[in-house]
Design a protein around this ligand. Structure first.
Ligand SMILES: Cc1cc2nc3c(=O)[nH]c(=O)nc-3n(C[C@H](O)[C@H](O)[C@H](O)COP(=O)(O)OP(=O)(O)OC[C@H]3O[C@@H](n4cnc5c(N)ncnc54)[C@H](O)[C@@H]3O)c2cc1C
Ligand code: SF4
Length: 822
């Protein structure tokens, strides 16, 4: 008969311990019962920061969802709290009246958020006030998101400037909230780094728009019905509508205390993770105190779970947990942070090497004692973290040239350090994956980086270890690592490259995004991340035959305006080639006055931008303007910038304005894998900056025109390649259109021409576009013509909204500072 293993706590440590038990054949030894206070399977708590910021959905962060328990014959009582253990009769008593007997028991109750004493924190009935949040569970995160989305909640104060506080502050910004962090320590993340690193982190955090108050203590939560602010000791109050408390954690030891187990700061365990003086009770995770130490990060609990499983299953009775040297490697609010051991020198003989580059947010500090590394802090650049972690963990002798500890001076190179890494060295802290586990995955047949990541979960936490995971997999595969097949998919949810996807759509006569999912997606599953790319591709391919589905569009494409940081929209009427008239200017001025437009701005594409229009006013603004849309949004053809040209300019040799207007009229609104910006200049002085456009045209001597493609002048800068020089504006129009159609059909989703042109090669593009080497020139021209013919001004939807909510606001609006007109 099987023994009964009961686990209290279904968090990261409890579930991991059970996984380790199963991996040691525990399924044959035990009937396993788990109790979890939270009504879910087991999820990656670390990823709650990503859920808060909207980068991940809560459904995506489960490590083991409910079917996993069934599949492994585990009885899970989810949403059931255990009140008490009777260690003499070996029973646990749950709050719902359930009583379960055990032969062996694991306690993995984790921690809860600590609420420091403050006036006004609780209601008279003793509950925490509405508007005050902790950040520990999925339910906490959901409640915070709901509150932050409310339009009246604009300002948040986060109490505590450690890892959690900074993550919470960054996450809340995603809802347009104005966020301040109040930290009692002298600098941010004071548990992980010294004051110099803290000062640089503060700069990086403030650069994100988060206000920071260090050396400040909150004394009260203000407001009667709703929250209006927090009171600080010796400093002015801070206004806010919500408060998030991330001021530390406390181990959940209540069950252990009432059951008479040994508890100090945590439940006291020995080197076998057995609770002090108890034969059959083990404890693991944040609720545990081992050799006086309580841990608040996941890396130690992975090590604990393995030792515990060795003992519980009897696989290795000599296995010992001797404590963890915590090396933290995280991405906090987008900033790489690695910290281990000492923050600064302690003895006169300690060497301290510091590099600081505040402008880039980079800080590195290493403490050396007796030629061994005893501490390091890395901020903003964690490239050397793998090597330093090893040096710290294993006490490796250090190179004489200390600088090479911080920078790659040729040694030790990345290759070398991966090879030297011990098998049990932890590569992914978030999911507790060692180098050995990754190597095993590769030997077991995982031929690509993503396959090894899927098999081990490495790199699926905060993501800071992905470069190292890639290095280890490449090293383990001896250079034979396969390219991830998914890397060639046009959209992630359909396993086809662009050419095959287009062929399938054509041959099956698919006309809408949902038809594509039904026919081509694995299990016909719809994938939200794929919808926009599919919609754009199908519109390009099918022109008027495309069946539009609203949910396949991004907000900008649903309301034909560009969403701004504060949740309002920007309205840009068409102004072909940057040319306008008295009547247009007057109408724009009247509309701006009538609708109290807070800001009018000239765009880089020579148009007038009316900024700050609430969503529900868009139809009326368009109606009053009575001008077509100027496409300041969407992945589509946008503008043609022009210079003055030959009619007025002393230097002009070509009618750049006329050609620009012609191009803009013809190609207005056509869909593309990414936005398309064009320009025409009247002479090589290039006042329209044609050499850095997706398609740029320059008039040259003899009335001829040069056509450049693949230029860019944004985050990426590239001078376009000369495609050809032609004699007439008609040839420019034809060849520019043919190139754009070729790009539309062959570029990856979101690939700008500055990547596409070098990838395909200018020679090849010339041979297709000019020499018709593939015999497709006529078809490209015809396809472009079909798109041009099917153009409809999207602003005509103003009179006839496609859905009742199309122009109803659902977003909280933020008040942005006004830029005064001088
Ligand atoms: C937002 C956030 C971000 C984090 N980021 C990082 C990071 O980047 N890196 C890192 O290393 N760590 C991070 N951590 C910490 C990490 O999540 C914890 O170290 C880890 O979850 C601890 O695991 P545990 O199983 O001990 O506790 P938990 O995961 O908290 O699990 C304990 C479970 O036990 C349940 N429970 C408690 N009492 C009872 C009872 N009496 N009966 C039944 N069930 C009970 C609780 O409801 C809970 O579900 C983060 C934590 C949070 C909240
Ligand atoms: S590019 Fe040449 S034609 Fe155009 S405005 Fe400049 S100088 Fe004049």
């Amino acid at each position: 008969m099987k023994k009964r293993l009961v686990v209290i706590g279904n968090g990261m440590a409890g579930a991991r311990a059970v996984e380790e038990v199963l991996a040691r054949g525990g399924g044959d030894i035990f009937d396993i019962t788990m109790f979890g206070d939270e009504p879910y399977g087991n999820y990656n708590r670390i990823m709650l920061s990503h859920v808060l910021s909207g980068e991940e959905s809560d459904a995506d962060i489960f490590l083991n969802a409910l079917p996993w328990y069934q599949a492994n014959n585990i009885t899970l009582h989810a949403g059931v709290l255990v009140d008490r253990i009777d260690k003499f009769s070996r029973h646990v008593f749950a709050a719902d009246g359930r009583v379960v007997q055990y032969d062996q028991l694991i306690i993995a109750t984790g921690s809860r958020s600590f609420l420091p004493p403050m006036d006004g924190l609780h209601t008279p009935s003793g509950t925490v006030r509405h508007g005050v949040f902790t950040f520990r569970t999925m339910d906490d995160t959901r409640k915070m998101i709901e509150f932050a989305q409310h339009e009246h909640h604009r300002r948040a104060v986060v109490i505590g400037g450690g890892l959690l506080g900074l993550e919470a502050a960054r996450g809340l910004q995603a809802y347009g909230l104005d966020v301040a962090v109040v930290h009692s320590g002298g600098h941010l993340m004071s548990a992980q780094m010294g004051p110099d690193g803290g000062a640089i982190l503060r700069r990086s955090v403030e650069a994100l728009g988060i206000k920071v108050h260090t050396g400040s203590r909150t004394t009260a939560i203000l407001g009667s019905d709703s929250i209006t602010g927090v009171g600080l000791r010796d400093q002015p109050d801070l206004d806010c509508d919500m408060v998030v408390v991330t001021a530390g954690i406390r181990p959940n030891v209540g069950v252990a205390v009432v059951s008479g187990l040994a508890v100090e700061r945590g439940i006291v365990v020995d080197d076998h993770l057995r609770v002090m003086d108890e034969e059959e009770i083990y404890a693991v995770g944040e609720c545990v105190q081992h050799r006086g130490q309580v841990y608040g990060l996941v890396a130690p609990l992975w090590e604990q779970a393995a030792v515990l499983a060795d003992h519980v299953t009897g696989v290795d009775r000599n296995s010992m947990y001797l404590g963890s040297r915590t090396a933290t490697k995280l991405k906090v609010a987008g900033v790489d942070v690695a910290s281990m051991g000492l923050h600064g020198p302690e003895r006169d003989t300690d060497e301290h090497i510091v590099f600081s580059e505040p402008g880039r947010g980079v800080f590195k500090s290493i403490v050396i004692r007796d030629n061994k590394m005893v501490g390091a802090t890395l901020l903003g650049d964690s490239r050397k973290v793998a090597y330093l972690t090893q040096a710290f963990d294993q006490g490796l002798p250090l190179p004489e040239e200390r600088l090479s500890l911080m920078f790659d001076l040729g040694s030790p190179g990345e290759e070398e350090s991966v090879a030297e890494l011990a098998d049990n060295a932890q590569v992914c802290n978030c999911n507790g994956v060692s180098k050995g586990a990754l190597v095993c995955a590769v030997r077991g047949g995982c031929a690509s980086v993503s396959a090894a990541m899927d098999a081990t979960r490495a790199g699926k936490g905060c993501g800071s270890c992905k470069p190292m995971v890639t290095q280890v997999v490449e090293w383990a595969a001896g250079g034979a690592v396969e390219e991830d097949p998914a890397a060639s998919y046009y959209v992630p949810g359909i396993p086809l490259d662009k050419g095959s996807l287009m062929a399938e759509i054509r041959s099956r006569g698919l006309c809408s995004v949902s038809e594509v999912f039904a026919a081509l997606a694995p299990g016909s599953a719809e994938d939200a991340k794929s919808k926009m790319g599919l919609a754009s591709l199908m519109k390009m391919m099918l022109a008027g035959d495309y069946v539009d589905e609203r949910d396949a569009r991004f907000i900008n494409d649903r309301v034909h305006a560009n969403i701004q940081r504060d949740g309002t929209f920007s309205v840009v009427p068409q102004m072909k080639g940057g040319v306008t008239s008295v009547q247009q200017l007057r109408r724009i001025a009247d509309v701006a006055e009538k609708h109290n437009i807070p800001m009018i701005k000239l765009t880089g594409g020579q148009r007038i931008d009316l900024l700050g229009v609430p969503k529900e006013e868009l139809p009326q603004v368009w109606a009053d303007l009575d001008m077509p849309s100027g496409y300041a949004y969407g992945k589509s053809f946008r503008t043609v910038k022009t210079c003055v040209g030959k009619d007025y300019c002393r230097f002009g040799t070509g009618d750049s304005t006329g050609l620009g207007i012609g191009l803009e009229s013809r190609f207005q609104g056509i869909e593309a894998p990414a936005k398309l910006k064009l320009a025409v200049s009247g002479c090589p002085r290039n006042c329209a900056e044609s050499l850095v456009k997706d398609v740029g045209v320059v008039a040259v001597e003899g009335g001829r025109w040069e056509i450049y493609i693949g230029g860019a002048a944004g985050a990426h800068i590239r001078k376009g390649d000369l495609l050809v020089t032609v004699d007439t504006p008609e040839e420019v129009t034809l060849l520019a259109g043919r190139f754009m159609q070729y790009y539309r059909e062959n570029a990856h989703w979101l690939e700008r021409t500055y990547s596409f042109v070098p990838r395909v090669g200018i020679e090849r593009i010339r041979s297709v576009i000019l020499d018709d080497s593939e015999g497709i020139a006529a078809r490209l021209d015809a396809s472009m013509q079909a798109s041009v013919d099917s153009y409809v001004d999207p602003w005509s939807e103003r009179d006839d909204p496609l859905t009742p909510g199309q122009f109803r606001t659902s977003l909280p609006l933020t008040v942005l500072p006004q830029v005064p007109v001088q």
